[in-house]
Design a protein around this ligand. Structure first.
Ligand code: ADP
Ligand code: MG
Length: 289
């Protein structure tokens, strides 16, 4: 397969939706769900190939978990899904990513639009520490150049903090800095910030691995609630978490000296109870990784 220049990709489809950002009130939950389809994705850092022809459909309104040992390319795959991979100077990729059937890498689509529609929450909570909780939630709007009235902004802050399970804890101190919150609260603040730009997909890269068990539970509850309105893809090393939060699971593996690939994919229950591949069985039962 030839490497694609990620800046030019394929001939463009029709200009994508998403210009009307703050058309509040929102359409009813579930009416705007999008699927994400990765087709034959390969990825390189320089000459080092780290993913080999990975195809995965992430169905609309469901939670897909990516599992597998460190270094098998899960984070790289996730970053390809919202065009962050190309931020690394040596990085290249081949294959296609379709959001609701439309090419995420089409030249007609702006990168900022792709990243707005496919949001990302990282392992380490990364709010702007000196910025207020209120302004943190709205930070993404500034980046996308969206203007909104005070009333609209207030409503959006309350709505997204509520969805992120944080509103009751911070409603009386919205002007305090985001950095003053606990780690678990900061992560929920980052989820609210991601939701404020109305993403259609939310990517989460080990969002709980820096958190205590109670905060982890809160995030897991939040994920379950969000899945009715945003498609979720989560990387986790915690098999219990994958079993609790996901509808389907993809097991990534990079055998010694070879690029990462998906060994097995399917409904989470069958991946755990009745895996088809011995390597999946060994991994989900904690025998390696
Ligand atoms: P995982 O998330 O499954 O642990 P990653 O996607 O982070 O795996 O890494 C996959 C491979 O890509 C690893 O071999 C890693 O060393 C390499 N890699 C990741 N990021 C970079 C980078 N910025 N530059 C060079 N190599 C990288
Ligand atoms: Mg990773």
């Amino acid at each position: 397969m030839t490497k694609l220049d990620t800046q030019t990709g394929h001939p463009g489809g029709p200009a994508d939706r998403g210009d009307t950002l703050l058309d509040l009130p929102r359409t009813p939950a579930g009416s705007d769900l999008a699927s994400l389809d990765a087709r034959s994705i390969s990825a390189w850092f320089g000459d080092h190939k780290v993913l080999d022809r990975v195809s995965l459909t992430m169905p609309a309104g469901q939670v897909t978990a990516l599992i597998g040992p460190s270094g098998c390319g899960k984070s790289t795959f996730l970053r390809i899904l919202n065009r962050m991979h190309e931020l690394v100077p040596s990085a290249s990729l081949a294959g296609e990513v379709l959001l609701d059937g439309r090419d995420l890498y089409a030249p007609a689509r702006r990168i900022t639009d792709a990243r707005r529609q496919v949001g990302m929450v990282f392992q380490k909570p990364n709010p702007f520490p000196a910025m207020s909780i209120y302004d943190n939630v709205l930070a993404g709007l500034k980046l996308t150049g969206t203007r909104a009235s005070r009333g609209t902004r207030d409503a959006l802050v309350e709505e997204t903090l509520t969805k992120a399970g944080l509103w009751k804890e911070v409603r009386d101190r919205l002007r305090q800095p985001g950095g003053a919150l606990s780690g678990g609260q900061q992560q929920r603040l980052c989820i609210a910030r991601s939701l404020a730009v109305r993403p259609r997909v939310l990517l989460m890269d080990e969002p709980c691995s820096a958190l205590d068990p109670t905060s982890t539970r809160r995030i897991e509850e939040t994920i379950a609630e969000l899945a009715v309105e945003v498609t979720i893809v989560i990387v986790t090393h915690n098999m219990q978490q994958a079993a609790r939060v996901s509808d389907q699971c993809a097991f990534f593996l990079a055998a010694q000296g070879t690029p990462g690939a998906i060994v097995e994919y399917g409904p989470t229950k069958s991946m755990f109870d009745n895996p088809q591949d011995q390597r999946t069985y060994d991994y989900v039962n904690g025998r390696f990784g």
